[in-house]
Design a protein around this ligand. Structure first.
Ligand code: NDP
Length: 412
């Protein structure tokens, strides 16, 4: 029924590949393509062993090369391309989709390599081209962005006439037993959290120093955790799609040890993203010295634990949700909708930890709804622009059950 091309072979792609392989009623042909083909082959072999599906194809592709992508897409002819590589490759993959006539989905908005800055404008600029081509582009279909935006759409559809205050709260109360590690690509993660904070208030953005605003919040089944205000991409589209929102903020928890390591990383310049020249011995054993270019943050990524390998000893759970205040039938109401995900359960099912799981499963669900024709709309759309109901139903079936609380103290 549906042909899917997954680009990328990291933690998120592994989970998504496992899940789509299990949804064999809809995903009849699957290909995984990435920079390193051996990683795609390993995912395909693991799926064959665990799920029993032996027909997953693999390929090598440089997702920064539009001609390579177009050649691959023309050969495989997917209905949908699921971009689970890095945010740097969003635009080249969208360009290739337009040339090859494929629809598109991702989980993170475009970010140029040489500037730690993300926003949707670059991808929204493709709207008309996707519309004219009759192709759908679904932006931000992970957990946050992704499920958090769908939670908001669901609240707006069923529980509020107007949403006034939106707080997205993301807690990872897991312990991977490493002194310092990031839960997804370290380069992307550190770029994100060292930026200035930003939130929406009364029709404009308010900027804060990085991690300047923080507050103790209580998470279901977890308890109190210090939560820090960050700029996060879903705020940008949600305040446009729900113009009654007076204030929208994003909060994420960090432990003390994590912040201490981060401070040292910044103090010694290892978070730099500019290129430095480093004098090193040539790898051919000749003893000859050469100048090599390194980007400190990329080098740091190479020495930090690989997020894909954190799963085995990861205890605890994540809790991500939306705390919403607004009006229904003339009365002020509050609403908290969330999912808790166990790192261990995620590992046992897919070999990956909870953060990869909570991103890969929504990508699979969005793709499933696309293939079924429920989430198809020519143009470029953020996930809250589609019907949230079938997505919410699938979350419960595909491993990310959600819970809701009404008229409670939101703490915010
Ligand atoms: P990883 O670093 O584990 O995986 C990225 C993959 O992309 C790797 O397999 C890598 O190849 C591949 N890749 C990188 N550059 C290229 C290229 N030029 N051509 C082809 N393949 C390439 O990242 P994650 O799996 O942790 O994250 C994947 C995406 O998910 C990221 O965009 C991240 O921002 C997003 N994300 C979204 C979340 C959400 O909730 N919305 C949460 C977490 C992540 P190689 O193996 O050779 O290095």
């Amino acid at each position: 029924m549906g042909k899917l091309l997954i680009i990328g072979a990291g933690g998120v792609a592994t989970v998504a590949a496992f899940k789509v392989a299990k949804n064999a009623d809809v995903f009849t042909e699957i290909m995984i393509a990435s920079r390193t083909k051996s990683k795609c082959d390993k995912i395909a072999a693991d799926i064959a062993r665990v799920v029993g599906r032996t027909d997953i194809r693999t390929a090598q592709v440089d997702a920064e090369s539009v001609p390579q992508l177009v050649a691959l897409m023309r050969d495989f002819r997917p209905d949908l391309v699921m971009n689970l590589a890095l945010p740097y490759q969003d635009l080249t993959i969208m360009d290739a989709c337009l040339q090859a006539g494929c629809s598109y989905m991702d989980t993170a908005n475009y970010e140029p390599k040489d500037e730690a800055h993300f926003e949707y404008s670059w991808q929204w600029a493709y709207r008309e081209r996707f519309e004219k081509a009759g192709l759908t582009a679904i932006l931000g279909c992970g957990f946050d962005p992704g499920v958090t935006s769908i939670f908001t759409a669901y609240a707006a559809k069923h529980h509020f006439d107007e949403i006034h205050y939106l707080d997205i709260v993301d807690c990872n109360a897991g312990d991977h037993h490493h002194p310092f590690a990031t839960n997804f690509n370290p380069e992307i993660n550190i770029r994100e959290i060292t930026q200035k904070g930003l939130y929406w208030q009364d029709g404009k953005y308010v900027e804060t120093e990085p991690l300047e605003i923080h507050k103790t919040l209580h998470y279901p089944n977890i308890g109190a955790r210090e939560s820090y205000l960050l700029h996060h991409e879903e705020i940008e589209s949600l305040v446009i799609n729900y113009p009654t929102i007076k204030r929208a903020r994003f909060w994420v928890t960090f432990g003390e040890a994590y912040l201490r390591h981060l401070e040292v990383i910044q103090n010694i310049g290892m978070d730099r993203i500019d290129e430095l020249t480093y004098r090193a011995e040539k790898a051919d054993g000749s003893g000859e010295m050469v100048d090599v270019k390194i980007v400190p943050l990329q080098f740091l990524k190479a020495v930090l634990p690989n997020p894909q390998e954190l799963g085995e000893n990861y205890d605890g759970e994540t809790s991500i949700g939306c705390r919403i205040r607004g009006v229904k039938d003339g009365k002020e109401r509050t609403y908290y909708v969330y999912n808790n995900c166990s790192h261990r359960a995620a590992y046992e099912e897919t070999g990956m930890q909870g953060v990869s799981y909570t991103t890969g499963v929504p990508a699979c669900i969005g793709a499933r709804l696309f293939m079924l024709g429920l989430w198809q709309k020519p143009g470029v759309h953020n996930v809250e622009e589609f019907d949230p109901d079938p997505f919410m139903a699938e979350l419960n079936k595909q491993g990310l059950p959600w819970h809701e609380l009404h008229d409670i103290d939101l703490e915010l």
